[in-house]
Write a protein that binds this ligand. Structure first.
Ligand code: PRP
Ligand code: URA
Length: 209
């Protein structure tokens, strides 16, 4: 599908299977999400542009590659986005961080915002928006609208699982934002949950219900 990349690295797929299992503990789920997020981060940043910087090794002076441009912004859609954020910061510790607090109203499935904080100069940076789940896409569409209002121009969206219906709606709303996901599942059920999915990502991460 245009604008959608499925990250099919064997380690990602293996870890995702363990995250899906209903008997996986809260601690196990959190650890797997952190591990998987470093692999996803590696894949979503593989085309970042490089420049060179003159350095001295103990043996010689060389022009060595370093990332070009301003530091990245990782934008976490709370709560579950924080599970992806942690591992990504392990790999890119200098990234700036935006937080967008939204939850899905259980009856309407609409995204309700309760918090927003983002770097002022977000318009000059690549923004990678993270949330493990893309279901109806209400949360991700609203979060990206908010980031665009703030000035973000160059965005990517990273999730773990996506529903086909959600991807279609997301791509319609934000055709300029490429989507990276570890898997595209079968469908949404009547309550807006991804099937087969992994259940409620936030609840599984934090042991809530
Ligand atoms: C979950 C998930 C996404 C959203 C996806 O969050 O983390 O943000 O649902 O569903 P959507 O694509 O239909 O909007 P939830 O509302 O359960 O909040 P939480 O992360 O605080 O548990
Ligand atoms: N949010 C989740 O956490 N899981 C789903 O399956 C759908 C939305």
């Amino acid at each position: 599908m245009d604008g959608v990349t499925v990250i099919d690295h064997p380690l990602v797929q293996h870890k995702l299977t363990f995250m899906r299992k209903k008997e996986t503990s809260t601690a196990g789920f959190r650890r797997l999400l952190r591990e998987i997020s470093t692999l996803l981060c590696y894949e979503i940043t593989r085309d970042l542009e490089l420049t060179t910087e003159r350095i001295e090794t103990p043996m010689a002076t060389i022009d060595a590659p370093v990332l070009e441009g301003k530091k990245l912004v990782f934008a976490s859609i709370l709560r579950a986005g924080n599970g992806l954020l942690e591992g990504m910061l392990d790999l890119v510790p200098s990234a700036r961080v935006a937080h967008i607090g939204v939850y899905r109203d259980h009856d309407t499935l609409q995204a309700i915002e309760y918090f927003f904080k983002a770097p002022e100069d977000i318009g000059d940076r690549l923004v990678i928006v993270v949330d493990p789940m893309l279901a109806t896409a209400n949360s991700s569409i609203a979060s990206i609208e908010r980031l665009k209002e703030r000035g973000a121009k160059n965005l990517r969206f990273l999730c773990l699982l996506a529903a086909p219906e959600g991807i279609e709606r997301f791509r319609e709303a934000h055709p300029d934002v490429p989507v990276f996901t570890a898997a595209i599942d079968e469908r949404l059920n009547e309550s807006g949950y991804i099937v087969p999915g992994l259940g409620d990502a936030g609840d599984r991460m934090y042991g809530t219900k």
